[in-house]
Design a protein. Structure first.
Length: 129
């Protein structure tokens, strides 16, 4: 489990993700689809907390923007290609939502940074692994 130091960032992420989940519900998506997005948001939140613990990022907002910056989510450890693609779809959908809706009070609206170079996945052409 997490550490007490993770609670402020985790609380901020819950506040940032909740309107997105409500929007999915308002669109009339099935419970299974919403649950799948919720599961991937949980994974994304874990990756963001990890980036804060490892001191790759300074705050949850910066970590969220960095995680969504390349039209996909962060590369997951031990995920199949199909799982990664579904995770990336949730991350893209979240990013589009955040472009249209403000983040929790005190957090700036993210502006997408320049597109990063495509990440080569294991087993794809031109990959070295």
């Amino acid at each position: 489990m997490g550490d007490a130091d993770d609670l402020p960032a985790g609380s901020w992420l819950v506040a940032a993700f909740t309107p997105f989940l409500r929007d999915l519900h308002a669109q009339g998506l099935s419970k299974i689809t919403i649950r799948n997005h919720l599961d991937f948001l949980w994974v994304l939140g874990g990756e963001i907390i990890r980036s804060l613990v490892m001191e790759w990022e300074d705050d949850a907002h910066t970590a969220l923007v960095s995680a969504l910056a390349c039209d996909a989510g962060p590369l997951l450890r031990d995920a199949s290609e199909a799982e990664q693609l579904r995770f990336d779809a949730t991350c893209r959908r979240l990013w589009r939502f955040l472009e249209r809706h403000p983040l929790p009070p005190g957090a700036p609206v993210p502006r997408k940074p320049p597109r990063r170079a495509a990440v080569r996945r294991k087993g794809t052409p031109d990959s070295h692994g």
